[in-house]
Design a protein around this ligand. Structure first.
Ligand SMILES: Nc1ncnc2c1ncn2[C@@H]1O[C@H](COP(=O)(O)OP(=O)(O)O)[C@@H](O)[C@H]1O
Ligand SMILES: [Mg+2]
Length: 399
């Protein structure tokens, strides 16, 4: 198996692949990427260079190619798979599921509900773009992720002030503005097999107030929505996945449900999401997304036993963030043990990614989440209380 990208998330997938009896070739441009050491063979290659990655795959005689959690690697994996004649989602679908303008155009063609949108490449287009979508709006790079370069826009001046940052996060120098929609955000996990879509989970993605408005700082399963409203969300995400052409693969749909009950697609990624979503699937419904992705990358059948929920366990994931959040902002002086957190009733998993000397900033990006606590309970709200109470026991001292 050729693993494209060998960062922290990929490392776990590499180890899982090895547990399942596969030999793994990892590529990453960073020679110190943790996954390179874990892989059976590690090669230092910048994965934006499709030809170089293809050459590694050909030379090593790989049977499959995959990435986990790295959105930028999704089109690369699709292109390498095509070049080597291996199973993949196809370069067209990969583009539609990583490039926000292409995605919006396809969804619009198929009548899937979504925000108003306009693409822009230069400051001269700002006025026309805002006229098309109205205010408030959201500005994003057309092809990036993890909330990098995402801004809430309240005026033409705001757009002018932030456009450069958004464009600079885009590999193709393109941005998108969208109508901003208030509401509850739901994140889904779905598996497409032979063109059939199975929706495994829909969970609430709660977000902090302020500049981090897009960051998932709490996931709650099952969703607090129910009945017809939830059924409409399910229908919308399945339609979106079909519209984008994903026939075999894992999909990560994100939807905002407004007070009027209308659900609009934020985006649908074609990969296992980062941010502990694979852990959510494992704890909440007993599904191993990594095993499914590995099997699909090899062109193996994914039986129902692997792809369908085997139980339903309410849970909450609370991310460790600061301002707001349980962590302090500032330079980290010391980090206590997580023993108390892990011993808290219902807590099934917790981690901190912090080192003394690092600086904790107010939460703005996905990357400002410095750890998490996962708790289970009989209900989602009780799980949330437990995760929040346990998160307060994390003891990090700043200078
Ligand atoms: N049109 C919108 N209206 C309201 N909130 C939005 C909108 N678009 C994005 N957001 C918020 O910002 C987050 C990040 O946007 P997204 O398009 O998913 O970018 P990224 O690729 O960085 O994840 C979303 O999950 C959502 O919380
Ligand atoms: Mg997103």
């Amino acid at each position: 198996m050729l693993m494209v990208g060998a960062g922290r998330h990929q490392r776990r997938a590499i180890e899982r692949a090895q547990e399942l009896g596969l030999r793994v070739v990892g590529v990453d441009r960073n020679p110190d990427a943790p996954g390179l050491a874990a892989a059976d063979v590690g090669e230092v290659v910048d994965f934006t260079d499709v030809e170089a990655v293809t050459e590694v795959g050909r030379r090593r005689g790989v049977d499959g190619v995959l990435t986990v959690s790295a959105d930028r690697a999704v089109p690369v994996v699709a292109a390498v798979a095509e070049a080597l004649g291996l199973p993949g989602i196809g370069t067209e679908t990969a583009h539609a599921m990583t490039h926000k303008v292409a995605m919006r155009r396809l969804l619009a063609e198929r009548g899937v509900p979504q925000p108003e949108f306009a693409a822009l490449r230069s400051i001269g287009e700002r006025r026309a773009a805002l006229e098309a979508v109205g205010l408030p709006a959201v500005l994003k790079p057309a092809d990036s992720g993890g909330q990098r370069g995402v801004f809430r826009i309240a005026s033409l001046d705001d757009l002018e002030a932030h456009l450069h940052s958004a464009l600079s996060e885009s590999a193709t120098g393109e941005a998108i503005v969208e109508s901003f929609h208030e509401g509850l955000e739901l994140n889904g996990l779905a598996v497409a097999r032979g063109g059939e879509v199975e929706l495994l989970t829909l969970s609430d993605r709660l977000r902090p107030p302020g500049i981090g408005f897009g960051v998932g700082w709490t996931h709650l399963y099952p969703s607090t929505l129910y009945g017809d409203v939830l059924a409409r969300v399910e229908e919308t995400v399945v339609r979106a996945i079909h519209a984008l052409g994903l026939r075999n693969g894992i999909a990560f749909p994100q939807v905002i449900v407004s007070d009027d009950g209308e659900s609009r697609i934020v985006e649908v990624a074609a990969r296992i999401p980062g941010g502990q979503m694979a852990d959510l699937a494992r704890h909440a419904v007993g599904v191993d997304l990594v095993e499914i992705a590995l099997r699909q990358a090899l062109g193996l059948d994914v039986p129902d036993e692997l792809a369908r929920p085997s139980f339903t366990q309410p849970l909450a994931i609370k991310f460790l963030t600061a301002s707001p959040g349980p962590l302090p902002t500032g330079r980290v002086a010391s980090i206590g043990s997580l023993d108390k957190v892990l011993a808290f009733p219902g807590v099934v998993q917790a981690e901190l990614y912090l080192q003394a000397g690092e600086t904790i900033r107010p939460v703005r990006l996905d990357g400002d989440r410095r750890g998490y606590v996962i708790a289970v309970a009989d209900t989602n709200l009780e799980a949330l209380e437990r995760a929040e109470a346990a998160a307060k026991l994390v003891d990090v001292i700043v200078a």
